[in-house]
Design a protein around this ligand. Structure first.
Ligand SMILES: Nc1ncnc2c1ncn2[C@@H]1O[C@H](COP(=O)(O)OP(=O)(O)O)[C@@H](O)[C@H]1O
Ligand SMILES: CC(C)(COP(=O)(O)O)[C@@H](O)C(=O)NCCC(=O)O
Ligand SMILES: [K+]
Length: 231
């Protein structure tokens, strides 16, 4: 069994890889005797992660941290300073390149931030954008204005807002959709595969025909990273 850990700015996610299957799992109950290795990625500091790694060392389970490299098999990173690219973005690109080979892809991961990354069929990462996540967008306005307010029941829909909460939420959604449309323009001659992940991935995926939502995209990328890297 392989324990996979993805630490984002909002949430720490854990999953078990076994017999080619990835299944989300709770962090606190770990069958340490059956875990061969821990493979983890972190975009920030995490006390929970530190505690888990300390436990792993007690049970003498080897731990491997995923890092961004300029190249990984035929995938190449757009950043000159590749170590500055968020590891979650790199893992999403690895998964997209492995799961949709020979296909232009756009990877959209909606977490604390929404990241958009453009990848050619040849494995060239062209770059991308970092946007505030949908909740960050709405919160930044409700917390910094006197009269813009939200309500939890108002959904994010791609329509004109006719009251304050839906003007707020629909604005966050259409701003994000607009960025995805801009990314699609990078491919003039053919339609790229749109791949969504993260907390609002299903919501965004629903706005596009024949797009993919894979909640486990980053976890799959983490597992591919482990299998593809010289350890
Ligand atoms: N069903 C959901 N479960 C978890 N987070 C969600 C959900 N729906 C929306 N979100 C939003 O997605 C973000 C968390 O997603 P996640 O990808 O775990 O973030 P990160 O990777 O930055 O930790 C938060 O901004 C949260 O508000
Ligand atoms: C933009 C991010 C915070 C997104 O992380 P998340 O929303 O998953 O917490 C992360 O990819 C990151 O820390 N990036 C570093 C800057 C860059 O990618 O250029
Ligand atoms: K994420």
């Amino acid at each position: 069994m392989r324990l996979l850990i993805d630490v984002g700015n909002t949430a720490l996610k854990a999953a078990i890889w076994q017999d080619g299957q990835i299944k989300s799992c709770e962090l606190n109950v770990q069958p340490w005797s059956q875990i061969n290795e821990v493979v983890y990625a972190s975009v920030g500091k995490s006390e929970q992660l530190n505690e888990l790694l300390a436990q792993a060392s007690v049970f003498q389970v080897p731990c491997f941290e995923a890092k961004v490299t300029k190249q990984l098999s035929n995938l190449s990173c757009a950043y000159q300073q590749f170590h500055n690219l968020g590891i979650d973005r790199w893992l999403g690109l690895i998964a997209a390149f492995q799961l949709w080979p020979q296909q232009d892809c756009i990877v959209i991961d909606t977490g604390t931030a929404t990241t958009i990354d453009v990848l050619t069929a040849q494995g060239q990462h062209l770059g991308g954008w970092i946007l505030p996540g949908l909740d960050l967008m709405t919160r930044s306005l409700t917390q910094n204005t006197q009269r813009v307010f939200d309500d939890a029941n108002t959904p994010f829909v791609n329509e004109l807002g006719v009251n304050t909460p839906n003007g707020l939420k629909n604005g966050a959604l259409v701003a994000t959709l607009g960025a995805v449309e801009q990314a699609k323009l990078q491919f003039t001659n053919k339609k790229p595969q749109l791949i969504f992940a993260g907390g609002y991935g299903a919501l965004l995926k629903a706005q596009f025909s024949d797009a993919i939502y894979d909640p486990q995209l980053v976890m799959k990328g983490l597992n591919y990273w482990y299998e593809l890297s010289e350890k």
